[in-house]
Write a protein that binds this ligand. Sequence first.
Ligand code: ZN
Length: 375
Amino acid sequence: MEKKILKTNRFFKKIILSFILLFFSTALFAENDFIKSQIRQGELKLYFSSDIERVTYFSIPTKEGVTKYVYDIHGATLPLEKGISHHSFRNIESFKIGQNSSTKLRMVIQSKQKFKENHTFVGKVLTIPLIHEKNGNLQKSNEIRRSKKQYIVVIDAGHGGRDAGASKDDIKEKQVVLSVAKKLKKQLQRRGYMVYMTRDDDKFVNLPNRTEFANKKKANIFISIHANAAPTKQVANIFKGIEVYYLSPARTERAKKAAEKENAVMLEGKDFYIKNEYLSLLNREKIVESHKLGLDVRGNMLSNVRSAYNNVEDGGVKTANFWVLVGAQMPAILVETGYITHPQESQNLVESKYQYLLAKGIAQGIEHYLGNKHY
Ligand SMILES: [Zn+2]
C-alpha cells in the first residue's frame, strides 16, 4: 500500500513537471492575443495578453470625407471568435479589427471628423484618445480650408532628364507633362491642399523613388501625369484620347512580380478574413479608392477640356500595371493626358490653355474625390 502511494506520487510529479515544461515552451512562443476593447473617458483601450511590441499608424481618406485611421499592432493576433466590442462614440462610424498578416493585427477607426492622433502603448494596453481636431462649426469656410490643408497631394510629372518619354518631332512628353503638373500644383494650392512634386524641373527620377517620395510625405493622393503614344507610326492617326489608369491585381508577368512583392505581407493569413469577415485588405481598399479617384478625375478633365476643344475622346478609366503606381500606399492614379503621336492631340497638348483645362479638371476631380467641395 505504502509503495503504491509512493508510485502514484511519482507519477503525478512527472505529470506536473511535463505541464510546467509545456507551459514554458508555449510561453516562449506565446502569441500576443487580443483580449478586449473598452472606451473609457473618451479613450479607446485595447488589451492584450502580453506586452505590445510595436504599433504603426497611418490614415487614408476615402470618398465623402470619411477617413480611416489605421493602427497596426505588430506581433499581435486575434483569437478566432474574437473581435472588437460594438462601440458607439461621437461621430465615429465604425471600429473594426482584423488579422492583417500572421504577425500583424489591424484596427481601423472610421470617422468623418479629423482626429488628433496621439496613441500610446504601455505594457499590454494600447490607448487611443478619441479627440476630434476641432469641435466647432465645420461649416466655417476658414476651418474647411484649414482641414483641407491636411490633405497632401503628390504630383508626379512622368519621365524627365535622359528619359524623354513619348515624342513627336520636337514635342516631348517630359516637357508637356511637367507643364501640366506645374499648373495642377497651382490649382491644388489655390484650393488649399498641400502639394509636393516628384520633380519640378527636367531631371531624371527613378520610378520606385516617386512613390517612395509620396509615402514619405504621407500623401493622401498620388497622381502621375503622362502623355501616350500610338504603338506604331502607321496607327498614329487612330490612337487618341484621355485615359486614366489605376493599379489593380496584375495580369502581366512583369507586373505580377512587382505586385507579389508589394502584396505578400497583405495576403498572409488570408483565411482569417474569410473566417472572420472583419477587414478587407488595404490593397483592395486602395484599388477601390483609386478607381473612384480615377472616375472623378476623368469626368472633370473631360468636361473642362471639352468646354473649349472638340473631338476629345474619352479613353475611360482602366486598370493597368504601371510600375510607377506600385508601392504607393495611398490612392494612386496615372493620367494619360492625350496621345502625343496624334496630329491634333499633340498640338493641343503643347497649348497652355489645353494644359490649364486638364490641370483644372484633375484638381476638380481630386477635390470631388476628397469630398471637400463645399465652401
Ligand atoms: Zn509616360
